[in-house]
Design a protein. Structure first.
Length: 247
């Protein structure tokens, strides 16, 4: 049990962290709710990650954020993950529950909440650009809200088969479509890199006029990679009209 007389501490760990706005936002939220809490922004290398997570637990931190590149490796170091984070294989936040640090994906939940302000997720059709932690967690949340079709379009092969299989098993009523714009690694190359083989679907991406939500989770570098390919991955801005919500 934490000592209630001590000031509660929340921290962000990532690399790099310069210019990260979380501290600015969180401290104003603490003030708004009259919480005598502190937010720390900490630069942590991958080599320091295990010690950092262990230290935050030992020092009684009440929660924190796992910023890039720690969403996947950091999640594996937590005591427990909620169902979405566990299936996505990543968490961007954690909170203390008694003596455990429990991971979840706050970013995906926030995006889903914003989308529902525009239209219901139930029976919706969505295209998610990107296959990273945010994209995977958001796809699962949308499926849990009974979205009808979710296409994940990514620049490279980093969505593991275990995620796809878990998603289809957990949400059999949702149709998942996974597409990559680069060629997948061969089985031999994949084995050498210890990377799961991709599930490739070369079918056409859902026509934009049938899409309710178009969500871009790609980094600038990944977006540039997509633009350099010959695969049909771009959308005419004149098509982004009518019922479509772009995030």
């Amino acid at each position: 049990m934490l000592d209630s007389s001590l000031q509660s501490i929340v921290a962000l760990i990532g690399l790099p962290v310069a210019g990260e706005p979380s501290q600015f936002l969180f401290e104003r939220a603490f003030a708004h709710h009259n919480l005598d809490w502190r937010f720390l922004t900490l630069s942590v290398t991958p080599e320091e990650l295990t010690d950092a997570v262990s230290g935050m637990k030992s020092l009684g931190f009440v929660g924190g954020r796992l910023a890039s590149p720690h969403e996947e490796e950091g999640a594996a170091l937590l005591d427990r993950l909620d169902p979405i984070a566990k299936m996505a294989g990543a968490a961007d936040a954690f909170r203390r529950e008694e003596d455990e640090l429990v991971g979840f994906h706050a970013g995906a939940k926030a995006v889903a909440d914003l989308l529902t302000r525009q239209k219901p997720l139930k029976d919706a059709r969505a295209i998610i650009l990107g296959g990273g932690p945010l994209a995977r967690a958001l796809a699962l949340i949308m499926a849990s809200e009974q979205a009808a079709h979710i296409s994940i379009v990514n620049s490279d092969c980093d969505v593991p088969l275990s995620f796809i299989e878990s998603a289809e098993d957990a949400y059999p009523d949702a149709e998942f479509h996974i597409q990559y714009v680069d060629e997948p690694a061969s089985e031999e190359e994949s084995s050498e890199k210890s990377t799961p083989l991709c599930k490739i679907d070369d079918g056409e991406i859902l026509p934009i006029e049938q899409v309710d939500f178009l969500i871009n989770t790609l980094s600038e570098a990944a977006w540039d990679s997509i633009r350099k390919t010959d695969r049909p991955t771009s959308f005419d801005l004149t098509d982004l009209a009518g019922k479509l919500v772009f995030a």
